[in-house]
Write a protein that binds this ligand. Structure first.
Ligand code: RET
Length: 284
């Protein structure tokens, strides 16, 4: 073979090994059926969850109950966008791992869009939990700020290529923020839910959330971002299954409770009004 042909063949192989353009990444995702299914399943589930909330929430009149329903819907709205971005290859990159990483020097598929979009979805999960517990604005805002910090530093951990130490240092920072959230859920909100009268539902949501959320850093550590004992498709399915528990199952339980508009979560027509005398118009 002519040396130019050999060169062309070799470079084609390199392109095949490390997809770079968005369309190459798109093709790569669909060549791996398991990986593609981990995305597409979640698009379908997020869509169904949105329809479920709309169908179930039609007759709800209390503004606080509606606020909880809108917040649950936003979790799935972010999710459908997040998984669409992953499927299209927009938020996936092949990133070269630094020396000391088990796959050092290799370009590894990184679903960085996951960490980015959790920044927008997890605050809504916490708003829902905080409202169900009957907590105050300060604590709800605190958990939202810490989850944003956790996700952004998690994104930094995944994208850092200068040194393995720095990747794990970001991981430690992110985990510290995570523990603040766990503390507020386990201590403050658990006690508040008791007083509010929502303890039954809250305790179930708490278990699903706290146990489910711990799964994410564990997967990060075991997957290609961390010590790389799990391959990309398995890691991706791991995250997708955790998403099913922490988003759609949590949403389902919340919606079934909230649509009955029990006194423990309602607040009357004046709730959230920005003017003193404005109340919702009555039906008569
Ligand atoms: C990372 C890695 C760095 C350390 C920690 C993490 C935690 C992530 C969590 C994500 C939860 C996501 C959810 C998404 C639903 O849409 C970023 C993996 C602590 C807890 C619930």
């Amino acid at each position: 073979m002519h040396s130019v042909d050999i060169l062309a063949a070799t470079s084609r192989q390199v392109v095949l090994q490390t997809p770079e353009t968005q369309s190459e990444i798109f093709e790569y995702v669909f060549d791996d059926t398991l990986l593609a299914l981990s995305f597409v399943t979640n698009i379908a589930l997020a869509g169904l969850t949105i329809l479920f909330i709309v169908a179930m929430g039609r007759g709800v009149t209390d503004p606080r109950a509606n606020l909880i329903l809108v917040a649950t819907m936003l979790i799935s709205i972010v999710s459908i966008s997040s998984y669409t971005a992953l499927t299209s290859g927009l938020t996936i990159s092949f990133i070269e791992m630094p020396a000391g990483h088990p796959r050092a020097g290799e370009a590894v598929l990184t679903m960085w869009g996951r960490y980015l979009t959790w920044t927008f979805s997890t605050p809504f999960i916490l708003i829902v939990l905080g409202l169900i517990a009957g907590s105050n604005l300060t604590k709800i805002m605190t958990t939202c700020a810490f989850t944003i910090a956790m996700c952004v530093t998690g994104l930094a951990a995944a994208l850092t290529t200068s040194s393995v130490f720095m990747r794990w240092w970001w991981f430690v920072i992110s985990s510290t923020f995570f523990l603040v959230i766990v503390y507020i859920i386990m201590v403050d909100w658990t006690a508040e839910a008791e007083t509010t009268g929502t303890a039954d539902l809250f305790n179930t949501l708490k278990l699903l959330t706290v146990i489910g959320w711990f799964g994410y850093p564990i997967l990060w550590g075991l997957g290609v971002e961390g010590i790389a004992v799990l391959d990309v498709a398995i890691t991706s399915w791991g995250y997708s299954v955790l998403d099913i528990v922490t988003k759609y199952i949590v949403t389902g339980l919340v919606v079934l409770y909230v649509v009955k508009e029990p006194e423990s979560i309602t607040a009357g027509t004046n709730y959230g009004s920005t003017r003193k005398a404005v109340v919702a118009p009555s039906d008569d």
